[in-house]
Design a protein around this ligand. Structure first.
Ligand code: ZN
Length: 306
């Protein structure tokens, strides 16, 4: 063995991921989460996967995809698998992974975990009381929840909404790498949630679980506004008999008025800051300065981009 040129250390089993959506420019909130994810993968000498969350065909744009890759690279984030470089779990764009989601839908239907929901948006708006917190998905009132078994006689999920029937009253518990033990009660903290939309697009919860499981992700690092989604997703992991990853929910970044950053905060996009002459190090310092107190963590809605 040549001591001057030691063999590179074998990568560990750790597999992390970053999963941005090409529906707008990435902003400081994304930078914060993705830098944390990249750092954890690097510290663990593991693999970082880049996944393109482009299921929203109407809002996904190739120019945002290009900007996303460029901005991530500019931040100093390096990934070892992704839509631009391939890898053993390709494809890495969700729009090309529909077969996996369909297989999962079939498994959930055969297992009796889901049911078709014919409620319109209008029905839901009328029947649902104000959503708890600012959660994106109000608690479903159970209008279409069947009392008996659901027919398995569906060729495809298209044309109708599909919901996961949650075990009412069960506490869904998990350990968060930053926040410690977490617990959410099914039916109280969240209700029967969508796994497939009538326009034939799998819902975020299902696509995310299927991809993280199929891509053998060992730790999911994402925004603290997704804690409740993690509880929902754990039910999907169990129903699909997938091994759940470890979880690490980052602090949510907010603007000076206490609003969670969204794509409307164009002035805080990585691109705009870069064009003003800011460096990646400047952005890190801005992120540090913007970190809110911990108690804000659960007050903001889910965002699929993180
Ligand atoms: Zn319904």
């Amino acid at each position: 063995m040549n001591p001057v040129n030691p063999a590179p250390e074998k990568p560990s089993e750790y597999r992390g991921r970053i999963a941005p959506s090409p529906t707008g420019l990435l902003h400081l909130g994304h930078a914060s989460t993705f830098l944390t994810a990249a750092e954890k993968a690097r510290e663990a000498r593991g693999t970082l996967v880049l996944r393109d969350n482009d299921l929203d065909a109407q809002r996904s744009q190739s120019e945002f995809y290009d900007a996303m890759l460029e901005d991530l690279a500019w931040l100093g984030i390096r990934w070892q698998e992704g839509p631009d470089i391939g890898g053993p779990f390709a494809p890495y764009s969700q729009s090309e992974r529909r077969d996996y989601y369909r297989t999962a839908w079939r498994k959930l239907l055969d297992g009796g975990f889901i049911y078709p929901c014919r409620c319109s948006r209008k029905d839901l708006a009328q029947s649902v009381s104000a959503p708890q917190d600012n959660d994106d998905e109000p608690i479903y009132p159970g209008t279409c929840r069947p009392s008996g078994p659901v027919s398995r006689d569906f060729e495809s999920p298209a044309g109708i909404n599909w919901r996961f029937r949650v075990p009412d009253g069960e506490a869904i518990e998990f350990e968060d790498g930053r926040l410690g033990p977490q617990s959410f009660v099914a039916g109280t903290d969240f209700g029967d949630f969508l796994i497939w939309n009538r326009d034939d697009v799998p819902a975020y919860q299902l696509a995310c679980v299927v991809d993280d499981a199929e891509m053998r992700i060992t730790e999911v690092v994402r925004g603290g506004d997704l804690l409740r989604s993690t509880a929902r997703q754990l039910l999907l992991y169990r129903a699909l008999r997938f091994k759940a990853p470890a979880w690490y929910h980052c602090r949510v970044i907010m603007d000076e008025n206490g609003y969670r950053l969204a794509k409307r905060h164009d002035a805080l996009s990585i691109r705009a800051l870069r064009e003003q002459g800011k460096t990646p190090e400047d952005l890190r310092q801005m992120i540090e300065a913007m970190r809110p107190p911990m108690y804000c963590v659960q007050r903001f809605p889910d965002e699929s981009a993180q």
